[in-house]
Design a protein around this ligand. Structure first.
Ligand code: BMA
Length: 329
């Protein structure tokens, strides 16, 4: 039995699978849980992040407006399924006017660490880079320096220091719909200065694992288990109809998390449902958050569907880790 190392979460959203599963993840029967009209201004609500908060849950949501302007918004929920997303975007405070200047913000992740909730997102600063902030209440957000120079996307913190260092995954990119991408880990003593960059894993050869042969990027904040860090990530293939985004999973070394122990050859979930295949960017399943219950091993994954709505899928640490090992590259 793989053991999740973390908090118990008896109120984790949950539904048992029905029928035989071909894949280790199964979808919530009420998907999508958030529609494109999730708040007053939204054209679409997707690629968003949630965490346990108080007796319920809080999150930071990507809402693209009906002007198609990308920004992030606080949201709250009692049960992790029904969400109230605020109509005003996250406002940041911080020391440097230069860093507070807003271009665009998207694809947030949230991680609880050292008594604060840290938010990472793709932050426009003369091109996409990794924005960082912390909050205690999801109303006042304290912005830190951008972690990197542009161009970079998919910044995802590990939820604790490892060997005395904060660790941040990222996916260096270009300024467009990047046609390449590998995952790196960077280290910092203070969440400001990042270095000691290590290659973690890259896109595959088409003939080895076609669904992740163009680019990959980290998804939710990794889940610590006694078998390694459990990472859910996205992988992309370019087809004659454009990019297709699916999900994979890997187990990473606990002390040197850029060392990949196992990585799935098969995807663990991909766009097959109508709300994943039809929308503003068809054929996209893009995971950005996972809740985990250390007592039962239950995991609930939040993912963007077709860049339009938000879905929920379930697995357990046992089932997913077994799948990773038995379907490794
Ligand atoms: C990526 C990001 C994601 C998006 C995906 C598919 O480059 O912009 O936010 O889900 O493309 O459009």
């Amino acid at each position: 039995m793989a053991q999740i190392i973390g908090q118990s979460l008896p109120n984790i959203p949950w539904e048992e699978p029905s029928g035989d599963l071909r894949l280790p993840l199964w979808r919530y029967s009420g998907n999508p849980i958030i529609g494109r009209d999730g708040n007053a201004i939204s054209n679409s609500v997707f690629n968003s992040a949630v965490v346990p908060y108080g007796s319920g849950f809080a999150g930071v949501f990507r809402c693209d407006s009906t002007a198609i302007v990308m920004d992030i918004f606080p949201g709250f929920s009692e049960d992790g399924i029904h969400w109230h997303i605020e109509d005003e975007p996250v406002t940041m405070c911080g020391a440097e006017e230069e860093i507070l200047r807003k271009e665009y913000r998207y694809d947030p992740r949230v991680c609880y660490m050292d008594g604060h909730y840290y938010v990472m997102w793709c932050n426009g600063y003369h091109g996409p880079t990794i924005g960082l902030a912390w909050t205690d209440d999801f109303h006042t957000f304290h912005q830190l320096e951008n972690a990197f120079l542009p161009f970079n996307r998919n910044g995802v913190l590990f939820p604790r220091k490892i060997n005395g260092q904060y660790m941040l995954m990222s996916r260096p990119s270009d300024n467009g719909h990047t046609a390449f991408g590998d995952i790196f880990v960077s280290q910092s003593p203070d969440l400001v200065y990042w270095g000691k960059h290590r290659f973690m894993m890259g896109a595959t050869e088409f003939n080895d694992s076609g669904w992740q042969c163009l680019k990959i990027g980290p998804g939710p904040v990794p889940i610590e288990t006694d078998e390694g860090w459990l990472l859910i990530y996205h992988g992309v293939i370019r087809t004659c109809n454009g990019y297709v985004y699916r999900m994979g999973a890997a187990l990473l070394d606990l002390d040197e998390p850029w060392k990949v122990l196992f990585r799935t050859k098969n995807y663990i979930l991909g766009p097959t449902e109508i709300y994943e295949c039809v929308g503003d960017v068809p054929n996209t399943t893009f995971p950005c958050a996972a809740l985990a219950d250390a007592d039962t091993g239950r995991i609930a994954v939040y993912y963007g569907c077709a860049d339009t709505v938000t879905g929920l899928a379930f697995t357990t640490a046992d089932r997913l880790i077994d799948y990773i090992k038995t379907h490794a590259m």
